[in-house]
Design a protein around this ligand. Sequence first.
Ligand code: NAD
Length: 513
Amino acid sequence: MRPVFTLRHSGNNMLTPDTAGGVFQNLVDGTWIASSSGATFENRNPANHDDLIGRFQESTPVDAERAIEAAARAYESWRLVPAPKRAELLFRVAQLIAERKEQFARDMTREMGKVLEETRGDVQEAIDMTFFMAGEGRRMYGQTVPSELRDKFAMSVRQPLGVCGIITPWNFPMAIPSWKIIPALVCGNTVVFKPSSLTPLSAVNFVKVLEEAGVPPGVVNMVTGGPDVGTVLCTHDAIKVVSFTGSTTVGRLVNQNAAPGFKKVHLEMGGKNIVMVMDDAQLELAVEGCVWGGFGTTGQRCTAASRVVVHERVYDQFLAEFTRRVKALRVGDGSNDAVQMGPSISEAQLAKVMQYVEIGKQEGARLVTGGNRLTSGDYARGWFHEPTIFADVTPQMRIAREEIFGPVVAVLRCGSLDEAIAIGNDVTYGLSASIYTRDVNRAFTAMRDLYTGIFYVNAPTIGAEVHLPFGGTKATGNGHREAGIAALDVFSEWKSIYVDFSGKLQRAQIDTE
Ligand code: NAD
């Protein structure tokens, strides 16, 4: 028996039901069914925890195994559907999501709190990714190369692997599942999808569209639940690829659990991203970028600009304007159009933010604005926190090194580009970085020397597009990328094929001289 690595969670932020939400089921082998556990968990609105969105299946390892077995059976026929035909279904999926964009965005805001503008963007990413990947159904290019022997033909083709285990976080509840499931399907794999228990409604919305578009039974299965379900997706013999996005701590467990079975493991994990503001930067632009990069999605983006390093010549000016803008941010329920920043996703996430604010204070960083939970009036029913800036942060402080995943930005000081780059690289993560400068030499130097998977010039650390690779270095990733055609490398394997049409034995790799 293989050891299974687990993480023990303390606390439980689920609340007692007091309003009636519907009960949502798992999708296994084309049928919506309840978990064998008979248990459900609640999904509540983080802006108002009196608002019960629904109950979802608290699935067991047995449920996950059944889903995997269904996916393994479906794989035998799905892999033989020509890729352009698979893609036709996916084009339909993209169209259906586009038709329902507004409802899906509203559901998403209700279950995870980010403002409507952003949840519309999340759904749009799923649309964009699905259209882009469906196009791959008619490409998926391999190589043809000349053979070193006469009358021999040499080529490579992409082949699917089998059943993919898809494990996703809550901060991009439709975009991230689409980034994994759609390329897996176009390549000819089948999937078992376990969404975050904090955003299962968006997962249901997405899977229902796949079903409605005509994706055959068993090709896409969804099992909601916790780490036990995730562990089965990492360890079951029939799973060939595990694609995980989430924290580095859980990603490490996923990696450890999948290793003995030699599964292909694709990990997208945490970040501690930096914006570098040089003394020649267009300051208003840099401030605007840092407000958006730091506080968009309430700082709960893997690419959030949680560190800003500013050249000492413009430090005070930048900080004054940045603080003024952040103080003016309107915090509240994301479904209200006037709101600019929503709540934290959960009580546990809010507690983590508050803990880091204490750490920042104890470390001697200067709290410039924010620092408190919001509890008055309507705030009392949600997980709200003030947008918070710490200034005079030094690179060794924990608030400058650890992922907080909340509305807290650390501002550091530097004396040169070299120093900014050194600070930028001196963390365990390597997802995204950016520079504000008008000097092309500085821009290119930074672009080359920041060891991250994504880099921006004169823009914040967020804003990736679906047709370029997405992912990070060091503790952010394990060398794979999603999005772009890089995603095909996760969900397919190369097969090199040689066709000898000489009618005789031709021997390669033999020294005939
Ligand atoms: P998380 O690691 O807590 O959970 C991610 C998923 O893993 C969830 O579905 C969860 O139920 C599941 N899970 C938990 N324990 C498991 C186990 N033992 N085995 C298998 N699966 C298990 O992360 P989260 O809180 O949902 O998301 C926030 C994190 O995700 C942040 O660290 C953020 O940086 C990261 N993230 C990274 C990217 C990226 O592309 N690099 C994108 C978005 C979010």
